[in-house]
Ligand binder design. Structure first.
Ligand code: GLY
Length: 589
């Protein structure tokens, strides 16, 4: 009985696959328990259930913005636009107009569209721009992360326009309305916001020159160093003005108009290299998705310049060799060990081979093949005492930033989008008059060869900055299909932890058949090959920690993880979950 969930609303789609008998038993058992008052556990606020449609994002206001579009007759693509613009207001440290992203849409007729509006290196970028200045002199250690030189050409507005023009049904201006209201009237900041502000404040404290060069973020979001308390109503009048201008004058404002000119002025005044011509020349790219199969499911996920899709496909191919449910029955530690070893192979290959495939050869077909996965060594018994070189193939190099949303509409269109300005409040640089916070996506390039980036990732020179190139990403919007029907839509924020968090929730649901609630809250392991340390988002239970240590893992004290937004098909509708770790709320009908 322990595994029978007592919420009828939590009887999810896979039970229907197992047959009516099982559902009937679960339902009968639940009804019996209800009768004796044992079924009282209410669903947490970060879970929602809907018959027709669902929006899961990391902000309650943004999810509500998406639902507003769906209720106004819009489709999932219209909802994605409203969610995205609203996230830029309520999670200004994660994403916004100064950033970029990836979006996968699968329309009700089964067609898949992949949009890449990732930030791009400007024309003046050089492979060694964070090692040597134009004059050959040294460059500040954090120049790829803090301040104007860290900014890459934003693509978010161009992306929104391309997606809406191709697949949307509501007018452009309509999708901006919720964001305009939120920026003008304000919203109440939560704990996650204050945590992000605290992280950003550390960067200002480390480099005192940032207060002068990046005053807007310092004043508006960090309150001049005296951080706002939880519950403070934050209004952003300059950003409201920008959103209103975008609504009335159209997206061209960002690429050719007053905003593009203001970005150039800001950059030129503070040593940044993005120019109005870069914004004018920015192109949204359409890509072919990475496809994979896993135990009868079809997976659609993001190709390079994301590393996420390749890593997800590679990891699943390796794990398919194991009966994970049976391994887990023997011990959780044994199952986690197998999963973590698969992560390590994938991250070793990420480090060596992944980059923008338009600029460097990326052996994606090899890395995502079942044959390649079949040759990667994982010893189910033994401790991981092998050297780093034993992972992946060498033959062929945390994030408060980033935000993911998953959406399904009543017609069966689904959208998964991940957008980012990279680390908290991006570069900290902003165009003050427009309330426009600028990304620091240049740090996702290999900015200093051999040195780890903000996420501790080592990357190859294939991922060095070059004009027009897109920095390697971990963003992994993913759709899982069963018999051609979408059953699980998910993605995450959190740098490299995006990949392992998405995989972990997938494994929990697809292999372990957990409810979405359990899948989201289970202790989440993360390993990225280098450093050779195993992370969890919460202290693992003692027996698990002891088991994993006995297998040779060093378990870090640091508790960071990805933040997942997921929608799972269930009988008669959808379950939506906004990862409780960031305080979001899904919204559905
Ligand atoms: N900036 C985080 C990522 O793209 O992976």
């Amino acid at each position: 009985m322990a595994n029978v969930k007592c919420r009828m609303s939590n009887v999810e789609w896979r039970m229907s696959n197992k047959g009516r008998l099982r559902l009937g038993l679960a339902g009968t058992a639940c009804a019996a328990l209800l009768a004796v008052g044992a079924c009282q556990r209410p669903a947490p606020q970060w879970l929602a259930y809907g018959r027709q449609c669902m929006v899961a994002s990391d902000s309650a206001e943004a999810s509500a913005a998406g639902l507003e579009m769906l209720e106004a007759g819009g489709n999932a693509i219209d909802a994605a636009a409203a969610v995205s613009f609203a996230l830029g207001v309520t999670r200004p440290y994660s994403t916004g107009i100064g950033g970029g992203g990836f979006l996968i849409a699968r329309t009700a007729n089964g067609r898949v569209y992949v949009f890449d509006y990732r930030e791009t290196a400007p024309a003046k970028a050089r492979p060694d721009m964070y090692v040597r200045g134009d004059d050959g002199g040294p460059v500040a250690e954090h120049a790829s992360r803090d301040g104007h030189l860290a900014v890459a050409v934003p693509g978010l507005v161009a992306g929104r326009r391309a997606v809406l023009e191709e697949l949307g049904t509501l007018p452009w201006a309509r999708t901006l309305q919720p964001a305009i209201r939120l920026a003008r009237d304000g919203f109440l900041i939560d704990r996650h916001f204050t945590d992000a502000a605290e992280e950003a404040l550390k960067r200002y404290r480390t480099d005192s020159s940032l207060t002068a060069s990046c005053p807007y973020v310092y004043r508006t979001y960090l309150n001049g160093g005296e951080l706002f308390p939880v519950g403070h109503r934050l209004r952003q009048p300059a950003l409201a003005k920008l959103l209103e201008a975008l609504a009335s004058e159209g997206p061209g404002l960002m690429t050719r108009g007053r905003v593009a000119e203001a970005i150039e002025r800001e950059m030129a005044a503070h040593g940044g290299v993005v120019r109005a011509a870069d914004l004018r020349n920015y192109e949204v790219l359409r890509r072919e998705p990475i496809g994979a199969t896993y135990r009868g499911y079809d997976i659609i996920t993001m190709p390079p310049p994301s590393s996420g899709g390749v890593a997800i496909a590679q990891t699943l191919n390796v794990l398919e060799r194991f009966n994970l449910r049976a391994v887990r029955r023997r011990s959780q530690g044994r199952a986690d060990h197998v999963i973590v070893e698969a992560f390590k192979h994938a991250f070793a290959d990420r480090a060596r081979h992944l980059a923008d495939a338009d600029f460097a050869p990326v052996p994606a077909a090899l890395l995502t093949s079942k044959a390649y996965a079949g040759g990667l060594v994982i010893d189910e018994e033994s401790a991981p005492q092998r050297p780093p070189g034993a992972y992946g193939t060498s033959q062929v190099s945390d994030d408060a930033g980033t935000s993911h949303y998953s959406i399904v509409d009543r017609w069966g269109n689904v959208v998964v989008g991940t957008e980012t300005i990279n680390t908290e409040f991006g570069s900290l640089a902003a165009v003050e008059e427009w309330g426009l916070v600028l990304n620091n996506e240049m740090d996702d390039f290999t900015s200093r060869p051999g040195e780890p980036n903000a996420y501790g990732l080592i990357q190859s020179d294939r991922n060095a900055p070059q004009p027009g190139k897109r920095p390697l990403s971990s963003m992994s919007p993913t759709i899982v299909l069963k018999k051609d029907k979408p059953v699980l839509m998910l993605g995450a924020s959190g740098g490299p932890r995006i990949i392992t968090s998405v995989l972990h929730v997938m494994i929990n649901v697809l292999d372990y058949r957990m409810s979405l609630e359990d899948a989201m809250t289970a202790p989440r392991p993360h390993h990225q090959w280098q450093p050779d340390v195993l992370y969890f988002d919460q202290a693992p239970p003692d027996p698990l920690a002891v088991d994993l240590r006995s297998r040779g893992y060093e378990i870090a004290d640091e508790r960071k993880t990805g933040i997942v937004q997921a929608i799972l098909r269930r009988l008669g509708g959808w379950a939506g979950a906004s990862d409780p770790r960031k305080g979001g709320r899904p919204a559905g009908r």
